[in-house]
Design a binder for this molecule. Structure first.
Ligand code: FAD
Length: 367
């Protein structure tokens, strides 16, 4: 008999849900994380009473009632609605593209006028078979929206010219002919009241957690402690990078505490011009309707990922997908190890998808 039924590597959302569900079923769990905190990428740092989203702004949204009820059973969510604003050389536009944006761009007031304007621009561009992201975007929404709101932002995000990016990156562009600035179409969205740490704390309540512990530094000892390992870290690292390193796109965050109450009047402002080096400024207090006397803002700079920097967005191109398939095949053969979460599955997951994925794995494993 080992000391624990499960050793859970990674106290992010995926690992925390698995630990919670296993504990609920009477299993003994040990959760470790190499960071000095739990929560993984949804962790918030408290600065002057403001929850600062340390690893990028996080907005929970889902269409799935069960997933919404599940997260709300640990902490109630507020009514935050994501309505980003774009700043293009000092001009402000509402996002996603909707009647407010079209009015700001062209002073059109009716859906018919807006549709006509877009149709005209798409026709004038005359792109029949889009060969790259630029042509694809113009063929969907015309030149004005593309040049003011898409081009530079996308180029900053990917670190490449839009003409060098494949067309498939933009399959469709949501265009709304109503005055609706709600970025998401999902039925439920919000931020945990009191911050995301409340969600993690709720999930991990009563479970033994050790932070600042790297699985690979004590692999044998830790593995020997439990019947089963649940691994939510990078899959290539687990297998010693034997097929090569999986690539990511990364971000750099610059936080500033400002001695003013309200900096930009919105949680998210995108900078869509080519001169500004960052893509967004996040003002964290607005996620929770904060009234603190100070404010914290974060400038977001996309950057290439190199060893040691945070892996944020998997590059799911052919090369990396082929490498991942090799690791996945090994993972399927690995006895007494369950792999899950964004790093072990090398895929971009929104939080609601992580909840869905972890609960599904729990169901398959226990029921
Ligand atoms: P993680 O949170 O990465 O957790 C994995 C944990 O494993 C980490 O804490 C790590 O330290 C630990 N670990 C790894 N290796 C080891 C090891 N060797 N030993 C010990 N511990 C280890 N989703 C939304 O729904 N809405 C959003 O607005 C949103 N915004 C996002 C913005 C950005 C910039 C990014 C990158 C993602 C965003 N997401 C968003 C997605 C969200 O962050 C993820 O879905 C979620 O955090 C993934 O949880 P996870 O447990 O799979 O991974």
């Amino acid at each position: 008999m080992k000391q624990y039924d499960y050793l859970i590597v990674g106290a992010g959302l995926w690992g925390s849900i698995f630990a919670h569900e296993a504990t609920k079923r009477g299993k003994k769990c040990l959760v470790i994380d190499r960071r000095d905190h739990t929560g993984g990428n949804i962790f918030c740092e408290n600065v002057e009473g403001i929850n600062v989203h340390k690893y990028g702004a996080h907005i929970f949204h889902t269409n799935d009632r069960d997933i919404w009820d599940y997260v709300n059973s640990f902490v109630e969510f507020n009514r935050y609605t994501n309505s980003p604003v774009a700043n293009f050389n000092g001009e402000l536009y509402n996002l996603p593209f909707n009647m407010n944006t079209f009015y700001q761009l062209w002073k059109v007031k009716t859906p018919e006028e807006a549709k006509e304007k877009i149709k005209q621009q798409v026709e004038e561009a005359g792109i029949k078979d889009p060969q790259n992201l630029e042509e694809q975007a113009i063929s969907l929404v015309g030149t004005d929206i593309y040049h003011k709101l898409i081009k530079a932002y996308t180029e900053k995000q990917w670190g490449r010219k839009a003409t060098e990016l494949p067309a498939f990156i933009i399959k469709r562009l949501p265009v709304r002919f109503t005055f609706d600035n709600n970025y998401f179409n999902d039925r439920y969205q919000g931020i945990p009241i009191g911050g995301y740490n409340k969600l993690t704390e709720g999930l991990l309540e009563g479970i033994e957690v050790r932070t600042g512990v790297d699985f690979f530094k004590e692999r044998e000892t830790l593995t020997a402690l439990a019947e089963t390992v649940v691994y939510t870290g990078p899959i290539d690292e687990y297998f010693g990078f034997q097929f090569g390193q999986l690539e990511y796109r990364s971000l750099r965050f610059e936080n500033q505490l400002l001695d003013q109450e309200n900096y930009q009047g919105n949680a998210v402002v995108n900078y869509t011009d080519g001169e500004t080096p960052f893509t967004r400024i996040i003002e964290h207090k607005h996620f929770e309707f904060g009234t603190q006397p100070k404010t914290v803002i974060t400038h977001e700079f996309p950057q290439e990922w190199e060893k040691g920097s945070e892996p944020y967005y998997p590059v799911n191109d052919d090369k990396n997908s082929a490498i991942f398939s090799q690791y996945k095949a090994l993972a399927e053969q690995e006895p007494n190890v369950i792999f899950g979460g964004r790093l072990a599955e090398y895929r971009y997951y929104d939080m609601h998808q992580v909840v869905g994925s972890a609960l599904k794995k729990v169901k398959v494993h226990f029921d």
